[in-house]
Design a binder for this molecule. Structure first.
Ligand code: FES
Ligand code: FES
Length: 228
């Protein structure tokens, strides 16, 4: 006699209330526990700067900052974001619609082609700049290596991130020494070079930005973030 019982129980959905802060706005939502953070951002909150490319944690186009660190949101469950602060590119825009320095740098350096990878790169760039310390060229490349640009615009992207980092460091230096800055574009180049700290940033680097490894946080380990 044929056993007509199903092999497993019918699928049961589970829901949970999630509370977190997205782009400085408190969010409370009833979500399916299997929902990815990328889908929460795009489908529920309409934050469509978060792109879905590979959806397996390989390309970095879904990057968001969680408590200031870059994560691939396609493989990060939304429920893990409980109580955390999430930043997307929409949250970088100023109150009058002004672009953040890293966004402006991408435009100035011609670091955008089709733009699909851009939000992810911009957020990792923002994380680098917010660290307020100089990164060597190798460190920058490692930081950016979690992103794939299908248009292969890596050199301009690298330049945009590096220039913004150096400009920010020079700005911090001037503030610290009470040197008035009227316009960030007026920062003397020698101060930018000074902040570059020749001993930490190697002068000779290969032209291309090799994609050696994926340095993104892909998923939290027991909800603990591991530093890169
Ligand atoms: S969509 Fe490619 S890493 Fe998330
Ligand atoms: S600009 Fe097209 S994928 Fe990077």
């Amino acid at each position: 006699m044929v056993d007509t019982q199903p092999l497993s129980k019918p699928h049961v959905k589970q829901y949970k209330i999630l509370r977190c802060i997205v782009n400085n706005i408190e969010v409370e939502a009833m979500i399916d526990v299997r929902l990815s953070l990328a889908d929460l951002m795009r489908d529920h909150l309409r934050l469509t700067s978060v792109k879905k490319g590979c959806e397996v944690g390989e390309c970095g186009s879904c990057t968001v900052l969680i408590d200031g660190e870059a994560f691939n949101s396609c493989i990060y469950l939304a429920v893990w974001a409980e109580g955390k602060r999430i930043l997307t590119v929409e949250g970088l825009i100023g109150p009058q619609g002004e672009l953040s320095p890293i966004q402006q740098a991408f435009i100035d350096e011609g670091a955008i082609q089709c733009g699909f990878c851009t939000p992810g790169f911009v957020l990792t760039g923002h994380e680098i700049i917010e660290a307020n310390r100089p990164f060597t060229d190798d460190e920058l490349r490692k930081k950016l290596s979690g992103h794939l640009c299908r248009c292969t615009g890596y050199e301009n992207i690298f330049n945009a991130v590096k220039k913004t980092m150096l400009k920010n460091l020079a700005l911090q230096h001037m503030k610290k020494h009470h040197i008035p800055v009227i316009n960030v574009e007026d920062i003397p180049q020698h101060l930018i070079a000074q902040e570059k700290m020749a001993d930490t940033c190697s002068p000779e680097q290969p032209k291309e930005v090799p994609i050696l490894s994926h340095s993104h946080h892909n998923e939290p380990s027991s909800h603990t973030h591991t530093k890169r």
